[in-house]
Design a protein around this ligand. Structure first.
Ligand code: ADP
Ligand code: ZN
Length: 730
């Protein structure tokens, strides 16, 4: 027997399989999809690869043998092997990089998997209980020994390192107890209490029934439920049903740290049947969770984007919460979208895919309205909670009153809510102290030396920082350009807002949540827990405070500047602003208390802002869709973004024109090719980037043309391409 082994071959962009002899000792255990160690090249070099095929053909001549199986537990099953091919073909990457993407870092090709196994030493006893009781009464030498035996009587099996080691040694020597080693999982929720599921209300029940009645079909559902309408409860009921039939479920959430509440609810309901997969786990934890899924020790997988590749057998349902979230799209190779992968798996297994959101993307919503997806609606908040009252404040009028940060109305409401002991959330999507550092003599705005972007002043650390590449320097005394003027810091970031709040409301307890206050592991969770326990009155932060949080005492949400999101030049900025503002507004009044939202803006007449005030998702959708139809944007057209990147400006520019010409002469005349233009931020980390955008409706040939284009640049040392199929940003 022979095995075809896929390896990471010299040039990263080439797939190669090599054939090896399967030695007799491995013949009965080796399976397709296993990771193996093989000899490679001359000498005694060895490498790892995946077995992608096993064959009988024997006309290969002089072959080497597989040395060993890296980990017998780890097998890419038939479904995942095929899924890798789909990823390769759709996102133009190599098969090996597709498989690598599908695996957590501790299982990737170059890591030694077996070293991640964790063992624990336990103590047990083979003696009769009556003998042990006797021993405690008559022979045990001290309290330590008594305690150990008592614990063994009670729990049968106890952890060795929890006890005094010399007493343990004595008891072992006397043959009273024995120790043994067992493989353990690092995360263990076995003793978690189990809450019952809540009784669904009529809307939840209707949505649930619709899906449950079609469990063996590959339908996609959009669960469009306003904030606080109880989507999570529907997910849990669906999962319970699927699990009762012996099947497994995958649920994706945008960012695990921000959705810690949901994960904890899942543990509370399903205990150790839940496996979690996300990037903040240690490599060992990832390995364990993956193994739990492979072995069928956990039927419910909750995780971020890459959990969509979880090796669940007998998959019964896939749920994607907050489906509009940008985190479902990977922004490096392969640039896959977890929703596409979910659809593929839903088809492969003939199972439902549920996309949930209060503000679905307009592409998703369009499909739901057309009947491509099944639309399920949760139109009301749970219980008698109402949506908050939304007010829009014109900041140009406030500026005349010298209110640069907080409007009179927002200040008034903050005081009112503080007096009632209720809580407040303030959104400001700019971290740092200011937004810009300029010279008061020449007007020069200080830029990052590596990126085409201005630096931000951080008062806490007293330095200037680039939010793209991490460059930082001390705040200069004099302008680096004219060497005369003083350097001033303009605008308001979260640090300045925090300072302002402490000045204006000295008795209020204020906490800030942004990338700077949450860099330590566990700090997100702590801020969220403390706020929920009412240790703080005001939570201020960047958009990370807008997602998935459920605080019963919040009755006021303030948006300090709605304009930062509106002013981004992207065809989706209206959609995104609506989504962000209604998500953050949705944090207020969830438990039924009267609640308010104040949105500060210099564009009070902007259509999206007006729609937020009216609370109509549908009207904003229709408005934006009319524009997209006219300008030929998704969902009317599909997009491909191609970035042409180089350290040398000239090279990037020259190759960009070449790429354009190549596309022009090879693609259908129906396709629209825009560019080359300088991409969004032209220079990042010293790399110049040009962009070409293709808009198309149908083009069978497109994939081939892109593949050929991609291959043309494989060996180019100075210029590389980034091809993005259905990009989120252009
Ligand atoms: P969404 O995700 O739609 O914003 P959640 O799932 O967070 O809403 O639900 C809002 C609140 O309502 C949560 O505290 C949840 O426990 C509660 N809830 C959900 N469904 C029910 C129900 N059927 N009965 C009682 N409370 C419910
Ligand atoms: Zn930079």
């Amino acid at each position: 027997m022979y095995a075809k082994v896929l390896i990471e071959y010299k040039v990263k962009s080439l797939d190669r399989t090599f054939t090896y002899i399967i030695p007799p000792k491995l013949e009965n255990i080796l399976q397709k999809g296993m990771k193996v160690t093989v000899p490679f090249g001359n000498g005694d070099k060895t490498i790892n690869g995946f077995v992608v095929d096993i064959t009988n053909e024997d006309n290969f001549g002089n072959l080497k043998s597989i040395i060993s199986i890296e980990d017998e537990n780890l097998v890419l099953n038939e479904e995942l092997l095929k899924l890798g091919e789909y990823v390769r073909d759709t996102y133009l990457c190599t098969l090996i990089s597709a498989y690598q993407t599908m695996l957590p870092s501790s299982l990737k090709i170059k890591t030694i998997t077996s070293s991640y196994k964790k063992y624990e030493t336990y103590l047990i006893s083979e003696m009769q209980e009556s003998f042990l009781e006797d021993y405690i009464l008559n022979e045990a030498k001290n309290d330590m020994q008594k305690e150990i035996i008592q614990c063994i009587i009670k729990d049968k099996k106890i952890l060795k390192n929890k006890f005094n080691q010399s007493s343990v040694k004595t008891l072992i020597k006397k043959g009273i107890i024995k120790e043994y080693k067992e493989e353990v999982y690092r995360i263990n929720r076995e003793n978690q209490k189990k809450d019952n599921l809540l009784k669904l209300n009529e809307y939840q029940q209707k949505a649930y029934d619709e899906i449950i009645n079609n469990l063996n079909k590959s339908n996609t559902y959009l669960l469009h439920g306003i904030t606080g309408s109880g989507k999570t409860e529907v997910y849990m009921h669906l999962i319970e049903k699927v699990r009762s039939e012996g099947k497994t479920a995958i649920m994706l959430v945008p960012e695990i740290t921000l959705t810690a509440q949901i994960v904890n609810n899942f543990y509370d309901r399903f205990g150790s049947d839940v496996a979690i997969l996300h990037s903040a786990l240690s490599n060992g934890e990832k390995y364990d969770e993956y193994l739990k899924i492979l072995r069928g020790d956990a039927h419910i997988i909750v995780g971020t984007r890459s959990a969509i590749f979880a090796p669940s057998k007998n998959l019964g349902i896939i749920i994607i919460d907050e489906e509009h979230s940008e985190s479902y799209k990977q922004d490096n190779t392969p640039r896959y979208n977890a929703i596409d992968i979910a659809k593929w798996r839903s088809n492969y297994n003939s199972i439902p895919l549920v996309l949930g959101s209060a503000t679905p993307t307009y592409e998703t919503y369009a499909r739901a309205l057309k009947g491509v997806y099944n639309l399920l609606t949760l139109p009301k908040r749970i219980g008698d909670a109402n949506l908050p009252t939304v007010e829009v404040v014109d900041m140009s009028l406030e500026m005349k009153k010298r209110n640069t940060v907080l409007s009179d109305r927002l200040k008034e409401l903050i005081l009112e809510k503080l007096a009632k002991n209720e809580q407040i959330i303030l959104l400001l999507n700019r971290r740092g102290y200011g937004t810009l550092v300029t010279c008061d003599n020449c007007g020069n705005a200080i830029k990052c030396p590596n990126c085409d972007i201005t630096l931000t002043y951080h008062k806490t650390s007293n330095n200037l920082r680039c939010h793209y590449c991490g460059y930082n320097c001390k705040k200069p005394e004099k302008c680096p350009e004219c060497k005369e003027g003083n350097v001033r810091d303009l605008g308001t970031g979260t640090e300045k807002l925090e300072e302002e709040l402490n000045k204006l409301f000295p008795s209020a307890k204020v906490v800030r949540m942004d990338a700077d206050t949450t860099s330590k592991k566990g700090s997100h969770e702590k801020i969220i827990r403390d706020f929920k326990e009412e240790k703080y009155d005001i939570l201020l932060g960047t958009q990370m405070i807008s997602k998935g949080l459920d605080f019963p005492k919040v009755s006021l949400v303030g948006v300090i500047s709605a304009d930062s999101s509106l002013n981004i030049p992207d065809f989706r900025s209206g959609e995104r602003t609506f989504s962000l503002l209604s998500q953050v507004s949705g944090r207020a009044g969830r438990s039924g208390i009267e609640s308010n939202v104040v949105i500060q803006t210099f564009n009070p007449d902007n259509f999206t802002i007006m729609m937020i005030k009216q609370g109509t998702f549908l009207k904003n959708y229709q408005y934006e869709m009319a524009i997209r139809k006219k300008l030929k944007y998704p969902p009317y057209y599909f997009l491909v973004g191609i970035k042409i990147c180089s350290k040398e400006y000239e090279d990037a520019s020259k190759e960009a024109s070449k790429v354009y010409n190549y596309l022009k002469s090879n693609l259908s005349n129906e396709d629209i090719i825009l560019g080359p233009t300088t991409a969004g931020i032209f220079k990042i980390k010293s790399i110049y980037r040009f962009q070409i955008v293709i808009k198309y409706r149908f083009d069978d040939n497109l994939n081939n043309v892109l593949k050929e284009l991609d291959e043309m640049y494989i060996d180019n040392k100075s210029v590389y391409l980034e091809i993005d199929i259905n990009p989120y940003y252009i």
